[in-house]
Write a protein that binds this ligand. Structure first.
Ligand code: GDP
Length: 366
């Protein structure tokens, strides 16, 4: 399950965004644990294909893929030194797959900015420095351990060199994710360190309503954020948290009209979900039947047995073959039997790479 952490300076619109995302996304998924922690929200991934397949099979249950959002407040200048809510919050970030970094690009005299003016690049730098400081602390501990180990065991010298190089990289103000690994070992180690600045970041440029229609193109501050993100290989998505909040209170029909009035094709939640899938290299496949029609999230490039393992580990262990049909073909034919007859259902083995939109029936030994 994908987990995204929402971070940013105070008063940039994090809570407004978090509340609207979780409200908009909680409707269709009935997850009782949503309410355990007010800072964690489970959001279902909107997926038109599921509804169509569920209708065709008259499924008892239609289960969307879900994303967990965590509202990580309390990041301020000095957080890595224990200022504000400090280190506890930094450790919450350690657990997420990707970071949604909200930056304020809207002017509003009624909303105070912690540093006195709206300046997204300065804000990004403030937050990123805190993340770097926190990573440097982790590195210092690893370096002193590795230095001791290297005295006894020559093979540790290589890791020590990597750690030193990484430290220099961070000290120059660059995030861990832009450091190039020398080889496969190094790249594994870099993953294992699980550094905050090693995580993919999606920047959420929070703009005024007027800037929504052209996706922030005429807002110079948004352009600055885009330029910055490009250098890191990160994505930017433009939202207006206030409008998202309004959207989250509408039903489906009203929502479609409201978006059209604003000149928008999709809500912020939809944009964010797409950006997250792209950033993390994810896609989904489907299973369909009378009992349940369901979307499953996997990494692009996942092979059939591992995809089956998402459903149940027995499916992966006992994998025999997969019957695969594209959801469009299945819908057009009206049943799996009809699709089979037309030769649209492939019988695939363990080397089959699953594609987005595949509807799969796994055959396995128990
Ligand atoms: P957080 O501290 O980052 O969680 O920020 P909040 O979500 O609590 O927002 C801080 C203030 O900014 C609140 O008064 C919001 O209503 C306001 N705000 C949030 N998003 C927008 C926006 O898109 N436009 C405007 N004008 N105000 C916003």
């Amino acid at each position: 399950e994908m987990k995204l952490g929402i971070i940013g300076l105070p008063n940039v619109g994090k809570s407004t965004l978090f509340n609207s995302l979780t409200k908009a996304g909680a409707e269709s998924a009935n997850y009782p644990f949503c309410t355990i922690d007010p800072n964690i929200g489970i959001v279902s991934v909107p997926d038109e294909r599921l509804k169509l397949l569920g209708d065709m099979y008259q499924s008892k249950k239609v289960t969307p893929a879900v994303i967990e959002f965590v509202d990580i407040a309390g990041l301020v200048k000095g957080a890595s030194k224990g200022e504000g809510l400090g280190n506890q919050f930094l450790s919450n970030i350690r657990e997420v797959d990707a970071i949604v970094h909200v930056v304020r690009c809207f002017e509003d005299d009624n909303v105070v900015h912690v540093d006195g003016s709206v300046n997204p690049l300065r804000d990004i730098e403030t937050i990123n420095l805190e993340l770097i400081f926190s990573d440097l602390e982790v590195l210092e501990r690893r370096i002193s351990k590795a230095a001791k180990a290297a005295r006894m065991d020559k093979t540790c010298a290589k890791e020590l060199a990597l750690l030193e190089r990484l430290k220099e990289h961070l000290e120059s103000g660059s995030p861990a994710k832009t450091m190039e690994a020398g080889d496969e070992d190094e790249s594994l180690l870099l993953k294992e360190y699980n550094l905050l600045t090693g995580k993919p970041v999606i920047y959420a440029a929070n703009v005024a309503e007027e800037d929504l229609a052209d996706d922030g193109a005429s807002n110079a501050k948004v352009s600055e954020v885009r330029e910055f993100a490009e250098k890191e290989g990160g994505e930017v998505f433009v939202i207006c948290a206030q409008i998202e909040q309004e959207i989250s209170e509408l039903d489906e029909d009203e929502k479609a009209m409201f978006l059209e009035d604003l000149g928008l094709k999709e809500s912020g939640l939809e944009k964010l979900i797409k950006a997250s899938y792209r950033t993390l290299g994810l896609m989904s496949f489907l299973t369909a039947g009378e009992d349940e029609t369901r979307a499953w999230t996997i990494k692009i490039g996942t092979k059939a047995p591992q995809a089956a393992g998402k459903i149940h580990s027995d499916f992966e262990r006992g994998f025999i073959k997969a019957e695969v049909v594209n959801y469009r073909d299945l819908l057009e034919q009206g049943s799996l039997a009809a699709a089979r007859e037309k030769g649209l259902v492939g019988i695939e083995g363990k080397d089959y790479v699953v594609r987005d939109g595949d509807v799969i029936l796994f055959r396995f030994n128990v």
